[in-house]
Design a protein around this ligand. Structure first.
Ligand code: S3P
Length: 171
């Protein structure tokens, strides 16, 4: 694992992949890539608008292309969209040159964070907590299988999480 030069953050929406990723990249003096932002740059609109106009399938195709490109970088911290594990090709690409960390939050913790969020199209439902629980049930095994390390994030500060990730890398 020591010869892999990227750090990849996976996990559910609202688990802080982008926030933690930026801090890590700063500390390590690595590049920072956020796959959602790269997708938004390419489509020229927010992901929620793209979902509404083109649907999830189109979004996932774009996401796969962006991930295969960003996976070829080195010395990069990559914050990924919460749904990348739905397509195993994404994991294969990211794993090539990356150590994968799963930022694992519980449904209630995630719900508290995303209670008022309107930017996640998959969570714009009548019962957000229920949707989070259902999606997590489906995705947890995928996140767990895809990851090299699992970091519990409930009630942890960003700094705690960063320290924990760094301790795995430096071991
Ligand atoms: C998604 C997560 C979002 C974004 C899109 C779909 C998902 O990214 O890619 O709304 O399926 O979990 P974040 O995890 O950065 O919110």
């Amino acid at each position: 694992m020591k010869n892999k030069s990227n750090i990849v953050l996976i996990g559910f929406m609202g688990c802080g992949k982008s926030t933690i990723g930026k801090i890590l990249a700063n500390k390590l003096d690595y590049y920072f890539y956020d796959t959602d932002i790269l997708v938004e740059k390419e489509i020229g609109m927010p992901i929620s608008k793209y979902f509404a106009e083109h649907g999830e399938t189109e979004f996932r195709l774009l996401e796969e292309r962006i991930i295969s490109q960003v996976s070829m970088r080195s010395k990069a911290v990559i914050a990924s969209g919460g749904g990348i594990v739905k397509n195993h090709n994404n994991i294969l690409s990211l794993r090539n040159n990356g150590i994968i960390f799963y930022l694992k939050g519980s449904p209630n913790f995630i719900f508290d964070r995303l209670r008022y969020d309107t930017t996640r199209p998959l969570l714009n439902t009548n019962n957000k907590l229920e949707t989070i629980k259902n999606l997590l049930k489906e995705r947890s095994p995928l996140y767990e299988n895809a990851s090299d390390f699992i970091i519990d994030i409930d009630n942890q500060s960003s700094d705690d999480i960063v320290v924990s990730i760094l301790s795995h890398i430096r071991r």
